[in-house]
Design a binder for this molecule. Structure first.
Ligand code: ZN
Length: 113
């Protein structure tokens, strides 16, 4: 089994079948993504200990920077500074739940033994 398919599909690092996230979250309804505690297929525990996902914030930060770089370079010479920062803030808001899910999925897969 490829290592990348479960990461891209957000599934369990052990069996590759059970979904890690129960819901994707919704900006319109102000609902954060919700995780399963265990894999529905093999019982693998996703949240190993309190504070386990603290390190996933660094991945989320790196993702946000990677998303903001193109916005910055495309808008720096075109838009006034205030509009550019407003656009960057909008991009951050729109990608926030994606970054949340992607960083946790990556974190789980990085530290899967
Ligand atoms: Zn599993």
């Amino acid at each position: 089994m490829s290592k990348f398919r479960p990461i891209l599909s957000g599934t369990c690092p052990k069996c590759g079948k059970g979904k890690i996230f129960e819901t994707k979250g919704s900006l319109l309804h102000l609902k954060a993504p919700k995780m399963h505690e265990h894999c529905s297929e093999c019982g693998y525990r996703f949240d190993k200990e309190p504070g386990y996902f603290f390190g996933a914030m660094y991945i989320s930060y790196a993702l946000a920077i990677a998303e903001l770089f193109p916005v910055f370079f495309l808008c720096f010479w075109v838009l006034p500074l205030g509009w550019m920062f407003a656009l960057m803030f909008l991009v951050l808001i729109l990608t926030m739940f994606f970054n949340f899910r992607a960083s946790r999925v990556l974190w789980i897969h990085i530290f899967h033994e």
